[in-house]
Design a protein around this ligand. Sequence first.
Ligand code: AMP
Ligand code: MG
Length: 337
Amino acid sequence: MGVQIPLPAFIMICLAIESTAHTFSAGIVTDKRKVLSNIISAYTTPKGGILPAEAADHHAEVCGDVINKALQKAELKMKEIDFIAFSQGPGIGQCLRIGATAAKVLSLKNKIPMVGVNHCIAHLEIGRALTAAKNPVLLYTSGANTQIISFEGGRYRIMGETLDIGVGNMLDSFARHIGIGFPGGPKIEESAKKGKNYVELPYVVKGMDASFGGILTNLKHKYDSGKYGKDDLCYSLQETVFAMLVEVAERALAHCNKDELLLGGGVACNKRFQQMCGIMCRERGAKLFVPEKQFLVDNAAMIAWTGILNFKAGVRTKLSESTIKPYWRSDDVEIVY
Ligand code: AMP
Ligand code: MG
């Protein structure tokens, strides 16, 4: 009887690119759920607000460097990469185009396949991969997006969403208005800790959707009137809009009969928001999952992992199909894995 030498298990390695909005990121992940690198370069402006052309210029400027750093950190050469994944949408057209072009160049030059990934679904998949969540409701709160997503009837369905701006954009706009800098979310979080008095604000939940534009206008008027302190307004803002999000998330859990809530997006870095979600989950016997910060914000590791799920199921994005999809809805995505 010969000695059995175990063959090394075949490992599939994906390099992915994320560039839907302010962040350009390159990440390398294996099909064993190992994140080998996740390099993130965010475009910021002192006054805030994304100027699409400027963000795209930032991405074009850093893209070579970020991709090289991702390879270096993973201790890999390009020839060891099996395929490329990229964020195909939704997002800002000019920004998406930089990432998609970089992906096409890498795919053609290295003669390896490409997989286009939906950014919103990637937030959910990385959470499922790196936490114990199995079939969660995703409360996705970022700069541009605010969605509650759940897998129902073979697709990721948007159970509820913002009717106007994303909650992060709303925080950033108010922070800009009161001159506390950008990104506004963390600054508002700090200011809110010092707030003591709750100031009544509009609370706008319509069915499963929420709206933030009117609250923003109301807050700006209140601030400009000089009758209210900055800290009290930031505190009241957080309590109000987070309560709205928690309410809709709770209804989604009840409606979908699920007991796992997963957070995604930059706003989910907020500790008070996490605490409020935690209280709601505890009260209804559900579990809350919060991925670590580098996987909450826009990042390429989540694109790589979602790329791997698709690639293993046979998905390939041909050059002729690789056009960006700025308005790609989560519920329009075929789920084949
Ligand atoms: P993303 O688009 O997912 O990368 O998230 C960016 C958004 O997250 C911006 O609007 C930030 O203001 C917001 N954000 C980041 N950190 C915090 C925080 N600690 N509290 C609230 N919002 C935050
Ligand atoms: Mg995002």
